[in-house]
Design a protein around this ligand. Sequence first.
Ligand SMILES: *[C@@H]1O[C@H](CO)[C@@H](O)[C@H](O)[C@H]1NC(C)=O
Ligand SMILES: *[C@@H]1O[C@H](CO)[C@@H](O)[C@H](O)[C@H]1NC(C)=O
Ligand SMILES: *[C@@H]1O[C@H](CO)[C@@H](O)[C@H](O)[C@H]1NC(C)=O
Ligand SMILES: *[C@@H]1O[C@H](CO)[C@@H](O)[C@H](O)[C@H]1NC(C)=O
Ligand SMILES: *[C@@H]1O[C@H](CO)[C@@H](O)[C@H](O)[C@H]1NC(C)=O
Ligand SMILES: *[C@@H]1O[C@H](CO)[C@@H](O)[C@H](O)[C@H]1NC(C)=O
Ligand SMILES: *[C@@H]1O[C@H](CO)[C@@H](O)[C@H](O)[C@H]1NC(C)=O
Ligand SMILES: *[C@@H]1O[C@H](CO)[C@@H](O)[C@H](O)[C@H]1NC(C)=O
Length: 771
Amino acid sequence: MAPNHRLRLAAGLLLLPLILPAASLARDTIAPGQPLRGNDTLVSSGTGSFALGFFSPPGSNNTYVGVWYARLPVRTVVWVANRADPVHGANAAATLSVSSACELAVAAANGTVVWSASPPPGAAEGPCAARIHDDGNLVVMDQLGRVAWQGFDHPTDTLLPGMRLGVDFAAGKNMTLTAWVSPSDPSPSAVVAAMDTSGDPEVFVWNGATKVWRSGPWDGVQFTGVPDTVTYKALGFSFRFVNNAQEATYSFHVRDASIVSRLALNSTGAGGGLLQRWTWLEAARAWYLYWYAPKDQCDAVSPCGPNGVCDASTVPACACLRGFTPLSPATWALRDGRDGCVRATPLDCANRTDGFAVLPHAKVPDTTQAVVDFGSSLEQCRQRCLRNCSCTAYASANLTGEPGHRGCVMWTGGLDDLRVYPGYGQDLYFRLAAADLASVSKSKKKVNTVVAIVVSITALMAILLAVAGFFIWRAKKTKARKPASGTWRAGPRSKEGSEGKGHGDDLELPVYDYETIAKATEGFSTENKLGEGGFGPVYKGKLEDGQEIAVKTLSRTSTQGFEEFKNEDSRYRIIHRDLKTSNILLDEEMTPKISDFGMARMFGNDDAEINTLRVVGTYGYMAPEYAMDGVFSVKSDVFSFGVIVLEIIAGKRNRGVYSYSGHLNILAHAWSLLNEGKGIDLVDENLNGSFESDEVLKCLKVGLLCVQENPDDRPLMSQVLMMLASTDAASLPTPKQPGFAARRAAAEDTLWSKPDCSVVDSMTITMVEGR
Ligand SMILES: *[C@@H]1O[C@H](CO)[C@@H](O)[C@H](O)[C@H]1NC(C)=O
Ligand SMILES: *[C@@H]1O[C@H](CO)[C@@H](O)[C@H](O)[C@H]1NC(C)=O
Ligand SMILES: *[C@@H]1O[C@H](CO)[C@@H](O)[C@H](O)[C@H]1NC(C)=O
Ligand SMILES: *[C@@H]1O[C@H](CO)[C@@H](O)[C@H](O)[C@H]1NC(C)=O
Ligand SMILES: *[C@@H]1O[C@H](CO)[C@@H](O)[C@H](O)[C@H]1NC(C)=O
Ligand SMILES: *[C@@H]1O[C@H](CO)[C@@H](O)[C@H](O)[C@H]1NC(C)=O
Ligand SMILES: *[C@@H]1O[C@H](CO)[C@@H](O)[C@H](O)[C@H]1NC(C)=O
Ligand SMILES: *[C@@H]1O[C@H](CO)[C@@H](O)[C@H](O)[C@H]1NC(C)=O
C-alpha cells in the first residue's frame, strides 16, 4: 500500500469510532482490507453482548454470517446476513469484508461473492467500516459518521430491543420478520410477520397467502390483540409505536439490562405459536417462552366470520353479535363459525332511528378497510358514524390521547375477526336497529357466578398486578410530586377513561394530603381509633365522597424516617418486610393494593442485604435467614410472596395445619407433594376441581421457587412475574428444599414475641433482641 494512500485511509478512519480498547481481545469492527475470516468473531465492545461471525446451524452443510448473543451459553442466532445465499460446506472458510465503496460482502474461499449489501448510490462516502454494536446491530458507517447500511433495517426472524417492525415510508423500507425454514436452515420460509398499513396499522402473520394471526391496531398502549402487554411494563419493558407520515413501526425496549428478551417468528410453531417472545432465565440457564401467538382458537383469523364474536372461555367459542343471527345455521350448529352472522333487523339509517350497542373487552375488528380519525372525540365519532349510513361500528383509536382527542376507528360493512377477552380489551360500539337496541339493554350479563368460582386462582393474578402496581407506583411517584387533595390521581377513572381499564395507569396509588386525612378521621379522634398496630394507632375514616378508609399512623419510635420514605427519586428499593395475605387489600373491583408499609425499609442500590437487631414481621411469612439471623434483602420479600402464593393455592394458612401429615408447614407439605407428582392435591378442595391443572402447577412451582432455603436460589420479583405471566410451565427449574422444612420450629421456641392487636386478623410480631 502506497504511503500516501495509507495516510488518506487512516485520516478517513480517524473519523470513525474505530479505536479499539487496548485491553479487548476481540475486535468489534472491520474496515476495508481487514476482512473477517474463518473462526474469527467480532464482539461488541461496550457490554460484549453480541458477537458476529460465521456459523453452521446444527445439521447443516452450509456456512452463514450471523449475529448471536455472545454471553449466553446457548448459541442463539438473531440475525443472518446471507440466509438465502450460503457458502457451501459446513465450517467452510469464508470472508466478510467491507469495501472502500461501502459494500458489505460475504465470499467463499475461492473468492466468489455469495451475498452483498450496499447503501443506495450517493448515500455514503467511503471508506466505510462495519461494526457490531451492543444492541446487536451491524452498522456500516461512512467516513462522515453517517449510517450507510444497518442490519436492523433488514431483520431476519428476530426482533431485538430497539429494532423496528413496520414500514419506514420516508426511507422506503419495509421491515418484516421471516421465519427460518427449520433450525438447520435459515433460508426464508413462507411464514412472514409484516405491518399492514392500509387502514389503522396492524401486524399480520402470514403463511404464504393465508393470514394466520392479526395483532389488532395499536390502541395507544398496546396492540388490542395482545392485551396482556400491561404485565410486561412492570418488568421494565416499554413499547414504541410510531404512526405518522414518515413511518408506521413497532419496537420494544427493555430498561433493565439483566432482562434479555427477543421476539422471534418460527415456521413450525410446534408447542408455542408462530410469533414467540423468549426471555432468558438465568436461574435455569435457558430460554423461556414468555408469550406466543396465535394462542387459542380465537387467535385464528376470523374463526367466527363477519359479525361473529369469538370467546375462548366459552363452549362453543363463536357467538353472534347481539342483533345478529348465523348466516348458515347448519354449519354454525356444527361449530364452524366462519360464515359469520347477519343482521336480524335491517338498519333504518334514513329515518335516523339507529343507535349503537357496546361490546366491552373486545379485540376490535380487522382495520384494513377501516377509516381512522385521530383528531375527534368519541362523541364526534359517534355522530359522524351515525350520519354515515355505511358506517357499522366505531371505537377509540388512541387511549393515551387527551380525552377529547382520542380519535376513532370507523368500520363499514361486516365486522370481521372480532374476539373478546375476560377483563381486557376495549369497547366497540356497533350499529343496531332501534328494535335490537331495546333488547340489548334488557339482557344483562351473567358473569357473577363464574367469578365466584374462579376467584381463588384469579387472586393470584391479582397479586401479580399488585406487585406490578407497586413498581409502577414507585416509578410514577418520582414524576408526580404535587399532592392531590384527596383525589384519585389516576386519570383514566374519568368517564370516557373507563376505556383505559386494564392498562397500567389504573394501578397508580392515590395520594392524599394531611388535611384530607385529618378531616376524614375527625382529627384522629379516639372515637375513630380502631386499634394499635405494631408501629402506631389505626383509625377509621370517611372521605368526602363517602369512601370508608383505614388510616395507619407511624409512631415516633419508628426508626424509619417518614421524610426519607416520602422523599425517595428512585435510587432506593423498598423492602416491605411484612407481606402477607392480610396486608393485601381488595377494592370493590377486586383490584389488589399492598398495604401497611409501616415496616418497610429503604434499600440503597449498593446494599445487597441489611443486618438488623430488630426483627419485625409475621410468623409463617418470614424468610429463615431473616427470622433466624436478622438478615433481610429483597429476597426475604420474595420468600413471603411465595408463602402467599402457596396459601392461595391451598386456601389455608401456612402454619399449624399440616402437622398431621408429618410436615410442620405448608412449604414442606407442598414441596413433598410436588416431588411425588401429586402437586394438584394441594389445591383448596372447595374449588371442586374447577381449575386448570397446568396453571396451578405453574403457580405451585413458582411459589416453591420463592421459598427456597437459600436466598440466592430464589428468583427476583421480575423473574417471578415473567414466570407467572408466561405460558410454558414445563421449563421452570425444579425447586430446591424450602426454608424451614428442615429447621422445624426453632424460630417459635427461641423468639420472644408480642402479639399485635391491630385490625388485621393474623398475628404480627415484633421481636427485640438484646434488650
Ligand atoms: C451433509 O454432508 C454429508 C456428507 O457429505 C451428507 O452425508 C449429509 O447428508 C449432508 N447433510 C445435509 C443436510 O445435506
Ligand atoms: C466457489 O465457491 C462457491 C460456493 O462454495 C461455488 O458455488 C462456486 O462454484 C465456486 N466457484 C469456483 C470457480 O470454484
Ligand atoms: C472452525 O472451527 C472448527 C471447530 O474448531 C473447525 O472444524 C473448522 O475447520 C474451523 N473453520 C475454519 C474456516 O477455520
Ligand atoms: C411489506 O411486506 C409485506 C410482506 O412481504 C407485504 O405484505 C406488505 O404489503 C409490504 N408493505 C409495504 C408498504 O410495502
Ligand atoms: C421453532 O420452534 C420449535 C418448537 O418450539 C423449536 O424446536 C425450533 O428450534 C424453533 N425454530 C427455530 C428456527 O428457532
Ligand atoms: C321510514 O320512514 C318512512 C316515512 O316516514 C316510512 O315509510 C318507512 O317505513 C320508515 N322505515 C322504517 C324502516 O321504519
Ligand atoms: C361514509 O364512510 C365511508 C367509510 O368510512 C366513506 O368512504 C364514505 O365517504 C362516507 N360517506 C359520507 C357521505 O361521508
Ligand atoms: C396518542 O396520544 C398520545 C398522547 O397525546 C400522542 O403522543 C400519540 O402520538 C397519539 N398517537 C397517535 C397515533 O396519534
